[in-house]
Design a binder for this molecule. Structure first.
Ligand code: IPE
Ligand code: IPE
Ligand code: MG
Length: 245
């Protein structure tokens, strides 16, 4: 039997920080701090496993609706985590990208993001996309707007617009679509993450709260993924035929 294939691209909705802290009677921010540590462990293990791309949901376009103090603390935490982690990420071969509408962030944070991307540009062990102020509908709308502009400018015709073009216009750009889509924290929903890109992702939901996630949990998700049969519309019989051909 051949080796089960590894997901090339894993997407994670890192949910459950607040509940993790509340369970310990601590402020929600403590949960977000613990969430940064969980992300570090997960990134390190993903590199070790040979994952090519990891895309994590850190802040959604809807999360602005949270209490102002929580939003402010989250922004401070992003800033500090970026400053603290970026060199280690580069040394571990991680190429960092931020996906989402950055225009809403203050200048210092936008500059830190630009610098982190520049600093890790040559890294090639793994791509880490961090989704901040991201929404799947925003992503699709933005692609549609860019395409509309190209049509208006006469660079392309409406008939040229196809799924491949849409895919390359998405914020994840030339990354392959996620093979495995993980959500921690027990909710069974996608909450506006990677709507276009997850069309054929294998979905994996775990009750584990994000701060408790790490190497073992990532391995467990990959193992479940490897037991799935990805049919992409074919019949199981057809797949067996293709495997034996
Ligand atoms: C996810 O954890 C992190 C962000 C959305 C920023 P939550 O803060 O949503 O944690 P719960 O869902 O309230 O436990
Ligand atoms: C999704 O989590 C966004 C992130 C993990 C960043 P939420 O906690 O915001 O999602 P809902 O509100 O429960 O759907
Ligand atoms: Mg949540």
């Amino acid at each position: 039997m051949s080796e089960p294939s590894l997901p090339e691209h894993i997407a994670i909705v890192m949910d459950g920080n607040g509940r993790w802290a509340e369970k310990r009677k601590r402020p929600r921010t403590m949960g977000h701090q613990a969430g940064v540590r969980a992300l570090r462990k997960t990134v390190e293990h993903a590199i070790k496993r040979g994952i090519q791309t990891l895309t994590v949901f850190a802040f959604s376009s809807e999360n602005w609706k949270r209490p102002e103090s929580e939003v402010r603390r989250l922004m401070d935490l992003f800033m500090r985590a970026l400053d603290k982690e970026v060199e280690a990420l580069r040394d571990n071969g991680v190429q960092l990208h931020f996906i989402g509408d950055r225009s809403a962030f203050k200048k210092s944070l936008r500059e830190s993001m630009d610098q982190a991307e520049a600093l890790t540009r040559e890294a090639s062990a793994m791509t880490l996309n961090v989704a901040v102020n991201y929404g799947g509908r925003w992503d699709i709308t933005r692609a549609a707007r860019a395409i509309a502009r190209s049509v208006m400018a006469g660079r392309i015709k409406p008939g040229d617009v196809d799924e491949d073009m849409m895919s390359t216009m998405m914020a994840t750009g030339d990354c392959k679509d996620p093979d495995l889509f993980i959500r921690t924290g027990g909710e069974i929903r996608v909450s506006n993450f990677l709507l276009w890109q997850s069309a054929y992702s294998e979905l994996y939901f775990t009750p584990v709260l994000w701060p408790d996630f790490g190497a073992g949990e990532l391995d467990a998700a990959i193992e479940v993924y490897q037991q799935r049969e990805r049919r992409f519309g074919l019949t199981g019989q057809q797949l067996k035929g293709a495997r034996h051909a």
